[in-house]
Design a protein around this ligand. Structure first.
Ligand code: FAD
Length: 318
């Protein structure tokens, strides 16, 4: 049976949801082989096995804790050579895209980034991308080598699919790049208790229509009733109403949740670039001509200061 390498994004063995989604996609192409690096790799194995990993290749070394991307590329390349996969799937985070790009160069393969779907085509694996502000959907395949594909969060459901998940240690020889960078310090962000913006199944975003930082409380209240993450347009971020780490769009984060609620956001192309692949889009805007309604599946034309509290109360009541 063909094997598919899946790069595991985890923190001390806690596997992040986008990796479990990759396992769902990988099973369409062959047997998933998960690669887990760094502290907690063994702890991640049972979760990966429950979601379809036939094998789990693990490696731990001080390099993974102390250094950045290069050692992970060395390890993924070692796994690639050990497995000879038909495809390599990597979560589409900033780090994931860097790892995938470096691996593709090293093994002479084609790279496809930010896929929203993966399938078996007539001539090998194909990936679907959404481009030009969702105006087109493209299907691509790698013209040479084994495709290395980064996949956006929420591209597929997480599915239970018990598999063997046999843990096998991976031998990694680190190259000179692996020792060229060192992390000097880490400063964890204060937790809001809300889901991570790029991984959340629901995102509620606020824009200039909120008319002030204090009114983001309305967005947060709706987000909390839905278990959602909070996003913001650049106009709201530039006005200092919400932190830049929450900006959605071309110069912010790309999100692809099941449900995206845009409140007081006009729908400029640069904002759309960051949320256009959301499965269902709801817009609340007092201007019926706002461009966001061209993209929205459901639109509410009305004053957000009336609509959002009513919506929050309604959701809370259910
Ligand atoms: P506006 O366009 O001002 O829209 C506000 C909306 O709120 C209007 O549609 C209005 O009808 C509605 N509204 C007002 N009051 C109410 C009310 N009481 N109830 C209901 N609705 C109301 N933007 C991003 O978002 N993300 C990016 O990453 C980004 N990157 C950019 C990169 C570049 C290079 C450039 C040039 C621009 C970028 N922008 C980005 C900016 C983008 O062009 C828009 O200016 C921005 O998205 C507008 O934000 P907004 O929709 O909140 O504000």
């Amino acid at each position: 049976m063909a094997e598919v390498l899946v790069y595991t994004d985890h923190l001390d063995g806690a596997v992040r949801k986008p990796t479990l989604e990759l396992l769902t996609l990988a099973r369409r192409l062959g047997d998933p082989v998960a690669v887990v690096l760094g502290p907690g790799a063994d702890a991640a194995a049972p979760v990966l096995a429950e979601h379809g990993a036939a094998r789990v290749l693990t490696a731990d070394a001080p390099e993974f804790a102390d250094y950045l991307v290069a050692p992970k590329v060395d390890a993924l390349q070692a796994a690639y050579q050990a497995v000879s996969p038909v495809a390599v799937l990597v979560p589409s985070s900033g780090e994931g895209k860097e790892i995938a790009a470096r691996l593709a160069v090293r093994v002479g393969s084609g790279l496809i980034t930010d896929a929203i779907d993966v399938a078996q085509g007539d001539e090998g694996p194909v990936a679907t991308q959404s481009v030009f502000a969702a105006a087109f959907t493209t299907t691509s395949r790698a013209a040479k080598g084994t495709p290395v594909i980064t996949v956006k969060p929420n591209a597929a459901p997480v599915e239970a699919a018990p598999a063997a998940g046999a843990v096998e240690p991976l031998d990694v020889a680190f190259g000179p790049l692996a020792t060229g960078t060192r992390i000097v310090s880490r400063s964890p962000r204060e937790s809001t208790g809300r889901p991570e913006l790029t991984e959340a199944a629901i995102v509620v975003s606020g824009g200039r229509g909120l008319n002030g930082a204090e009114n983001f409380a309305l967005i947060e209240a709706l987000a909390d009733t839905l278990g959602a993450a909070v996003g913001a347009s650049r106009a709201a971020v530039d006005a200092d109403w919400y932190p830049h780490s929450h900006q959605v769009g071309q110069t912010g984060k790309t999100v692809s949740p099941q449900l995206y609620i845009a409140v007081g956001i006009s729908g400029a192309i640069q904002h759309r670039a960051g949320m256009q692949t959301s499965k269902t889009i709801v817009a609340v805007n007092k201007d019926a001509e706002a461009p966001i309604f061209e993209l929205a599946d459901y639109g509410v034309v009305g004053d957000l200061f009336d609509v959002v509290p009513a919506l929050t109360d309604e959701v809370r009541a259910r």
